[in-house]
Design a protein around this ligand. Structure first.
Ligand code: NDP
Ligand code: 2IT
Length: 458
């Protein structure tokens, strides 16, 4: 006979299966979105068993459906005079606790499913920061690789011509993500300003310091990821000192994760881009990587031009076969699969934290958890970027700027609090040591309670 507890659990499971099935039926082919929803539901099961009100109020059905999806045409002309048409997106997912907030991604793989998975994750991440920001995400299937500065500018202006109708400092505040950095934010902001007039500083974050950007925003995601790992390590009386670290990617998140890990005394021996990875057993020379990526928009193999003793290995599959103590995937979704996770565990990895969004497959996460690896999920570990974006919004509203030290202190405190909240929520709901479940639960509770309090979940 079924016990009462298992009966209640079965009711919740059936409810979640039904909602998940509707997500599959309504959003065919959007595999990344399905993955994000499925893994989050798994974390939330005990919350729904304990608090049936969330089921009664239909919170899940509402959470998985974006408040609004905007899709638009982005025509632009290349340097040779040829017309191109890309597709632009903004998914305004959830505004329960604040205006929509989340980055813009320019990458050929962008489609509505990718933007929805990112926007869905953003709801929980933003809630976890403790700051008043809702969840959103956007982007385009535009490929910036190999494009001239003029082409990038024309594309950004065309993209903003339509996006400007849907965003605003109190409504929806985009920022960067893959393929969108300070240069693109500059062009996007400049065009928004021309269209709308005035000086609407708070409409975008990640701006240049000279025109309303926050000190420390550029560094925030990578530094925050390392602060999160530091908290996990502290709990087991360990630290970054003398650890061997592998970081994938060599973009904004990767560069500043490397910088902070090095500052904490780690030896970072590898990083990558989509063409392959470099291995430098003496430790990555970060100034060289910054020059290649931030200044020249170049390829990572150019590192060998000035560091002939380093190696370049084509392709990304094997970066996780390098023995390391700490692995920080900071490139893109599903870049670390079950096989890679098994190799990392076999090689004795102690901690893994996701600088990127959903970089580990479901199987990889399971393997890390079975292998007792400290695992920092994206929603918690990379929340430092959006947290400092929210601090940028505050500074814009106050028309003043905090020092780099002030911002870093606040970021550090936010990452400590995210760690603590995720840890406590995990313990409370029977998932001790599982920060994936803890982050999902802590992020969910605030949004769900507010949805009910605002009467939008009736
Ligand atoms: P960047 O564009 O600055 O850098 C992305 C890096 O990842 C590049 O090295 C890029 O290589 C590599 N990469 C991108 N796509 C692929 C792919 N399909 N296969 C292999 N490598 C790839 O982006 P960010 O550093 O800003 O973003 C990295 C990750 O962090 C993303 O998942 C993003 O969503 C997440 N994130 C970003 C935040 C931010 O503040 N920027 C905040 C929180 C999360 P290449 O140049 O060859 O394309
Ligand atoms: O995934 C993310 O959190 C980001 N790309 C940053 C979003 C933001 O608004 O700063």
């Amino acid at each position: 006979m079924m016990t009462l507890a298992s009966k209640e659990e079965q009711i919740v499971r059936d409810y979640m299966d039904e909602v998940y099935q509707a997500v599959l039926d309504r959003n065919p082919g959007e595999t990344e979105f399905h993955q994000a929803v499925k893994t989050t539901f798994e974390s939330l099961l005990p919350v729904f068993v304990k608090n049936p009100v969330y089921m009664e109020k239909g919170v899940l059905e509402q959470l998985v459906e974006p408040e609004r999806i905007i899709t638009f045409r982005v025509p632009w002309v290349d340097d040779a005079g040829k017309v191109h048409v890309n597709r632009g997106f903004r998914v305004q997912f959830n505004s329960a606790i604040g205006p929509y907030k989340g980055g813009l991604r320019f990458h050929p793989s962008v489609n509505v499913g990718i933007v929805k998975f990112l926007g869905f994750e953003q709801i929980f991440k933003n809630s976890l920061t403790g700051l008043p920001i809702g969840g959103g995400k956007g982007g385009s299937d535009f490929d910036p690789k190999g494009r001239s500065d003029d082409e990038i500018r024309r594309f950004c202006q065309s993209f903003m011509t339509e996006l400007a109708n849907h965003i605003g400092p109190d409504k929806d505040i985009p920022a960067g993500d893959i393929g969108v950095g300070p240069r693109e934010i500059g062009y996007l902001f400049g065009h928004y300003k021309r269209l709308k007039g005035g000086f609407p500083a708070g409409v975008l974050t990640g701006k240049g310091i000279e025109y309303g950007g926050s000190l420390g925003r550029k560094e925030a995601t990578g530094y925050g990821t390392v602060y999160f790992v530091q908290e996990m390590l502290k709990d087991v009386q360990d630290s970054f000192k003398d650890k061997t670290v592998i970081v994938s990617g060599s973009g904004n998140v990767a560069i500043y994760a490397i910088e902070k890990a090095q500052e904490f005394g780690a030896n970072v021996v590898a990083c990558s881009d989509s063409s392959g990875f470099i291995y430098d057993e003496n430790g990555i020379d970060l100034d060289t990587v910054k020059q290649i990526k931030e200044v020249n928009y170049g390829r990572i193999h150019e590192y060998l031009d000035t560091h002939p003793n380093a190696e370049f290995i084509e392709g990304n599959e094997n970066i996780w076969t390098l023995p390391c103590d700490i692995a920080l995937p900071c490139a893109t979704q599903n870049e670390l699969d079950g096989e890679a996770a098994a190799t990392l565990v076999k090689n004795g990895v102690k901690a893994v934290a996701e600088g990127a969004n959903m970089p580990s497959t479901e199987e990889a996460i399971q393997i890390f958890q079975d292998g007792n690896v400290l695992f920092g999920p994206a929603k918690a570990a990379n929340a430092g970027g959006v947290a400092v974006s929210a601090l940028e919004m505050s500074q814009n509203s106050m028309r003043l700027a905090w020092t780099a030290e002030e911002v870093d202190e606040k970021l550090h405190a936010i990452m400590e609090s995210i760690y603590k909240n995720a840890k406590e929520a995990a313990t409370e709901y029977g998932y001790e040591g599982n920060f994936v479940a803890g982050a999902d639960i802590a992020g969910f509770l605030k949004v769900a309670n507010v949805m009910i309090a605002q009467g939008i979940a009736d």
